[in-house]
Design a protein around this ligand. Structure first.
Ligand code: COA
Length: 261
């Protein structure tokens, strides 16, 4: 759990805040950050005390201003494919966590930063947030899932325009096109992210995990396969103590006490 580029703060309510901490480089993703993010995903998965994760960037200016261009400059074809594969695996591990992962986007989210935010389950943004995939300006394409997740979030036409023009999108437009869930008032980003995480943590923990698992598995399935995946997960939920408790609590007009099983 020793990170060189992340600050991790855990609170007793089960919410952990991971801050990418290279503010002098606008939190650009070098190999060390990618390794730390992979480790973070494994640590959160294996830590029952951590029930939700918020990801943000150090400083007021940037969430993450992209992959580290200094590192990219020295990368050849084979190394480039390896780099992309490593970054994709780290982001996918975060995306596959069965605990809510919220991106608190506090400034520039460019290139790998936009890709990292997109791999989170939910995105909140401060009014100064700016999103974009400027890789083509550098003669590159996104390597950490940008061409794959952006069309899924905003639609193929909008994604293609953004990917080919390198145009930056402000927070309001990002909300309008579905790239972020919500823009929050200046100065409230982490409080809003914590409040959202706390709301989720008030629900049945097994249900939260099953929802996340089903969304992930069903999104890329056919409609019929997706429905079958949902039915199986619904059956699992119906067999759980949490469902017995949740429905009983409703009928008895009291607050439920969930145990996550
Ligand atoms: N990789 C490496 N270093 C980066 C970086 C990146 N993606 N983005 C910013 N930095 C560094 C700058 O080189 C600078 O370092 P220095 O002070 O040692 O010279 C520092 O962060 C501050 O950035 P700077 O460019 O001076 O800030 P700015 O306010 O003038 O511009 C941006 C902000 C985000 C518009 C600009 O930094 C930028 O365009 N970054 C690259 C974005 C990008 O193309 N990302 C995709 C990479 S594939």
């Amino acid at each position: 759990m020793a990170y060189t580029t992340l600050l991790l703060e855990r609170s007793p309510d089960g919410i952990a805040v991971a801050t990418i901490n290279r503010p002098d480089k606008l939190n650009a993703l070098n190999g060390a950050v990618i390794a730390d993010l992979a480790q973070l995903a494994a640590d959160v998965a294996g830590d029952p005390e951590t029930r939700a994760l918020i990801l943000t960037g150090a400083g007021e200016k940037a969430f993450v201003a992209g992959a580290d261009i200094g590192e990219l400059a020295a990368v050849d074809g084979d190394a480039g494919r390896d780099l992309a594969t490593r970054g994709q695996a780290a982001f996918r591990a975060l995306e596959r966590l069965e605990k809510p992962v919220i991106a608190a986007v506090n400034g520039f989210a460019l290139g790998g930063g936009c890709e990292l935010a997109m791999a989170c389950h939910v995105r909140l943004a401060s009014p100064n947030a700016k999103f974009g995939q400027p890789e083509v300006k550098l003669g590159l394409i996104p390597g950490y899932g940008g061409t794959v997740r952006l069309p899924r979030l905003v639609g193929r036409g909008r994604a293609t325009e953004l990917l080919l023009s390198a145009r930056m999108v402000g927070a309001e437009e990002a909300e309008r096109i579905g790239l972020v869930n919500r823009v929050v008032e200046a100065g409230t980003l982490l409080d809003e992210a914590r409040a959202l995480a706390a709301t989720m943590l008030g629900m049945g923990p097994l249900a939260i995990a099953l929802c996340l698992r089903t969304i992930d598995a069903a999104l890329d399935a056919s409609l019929d396969d997706g429905l079958a995946i949902e039915a199986t997960a619904f059956g699992t939920a119906c067999a759980s103590d949490d469902k017995a408790e949740g429905t009983a609590a409703f009928l008895e007009k009291r607050a439920p006490v969930f145990h996550g099983r």
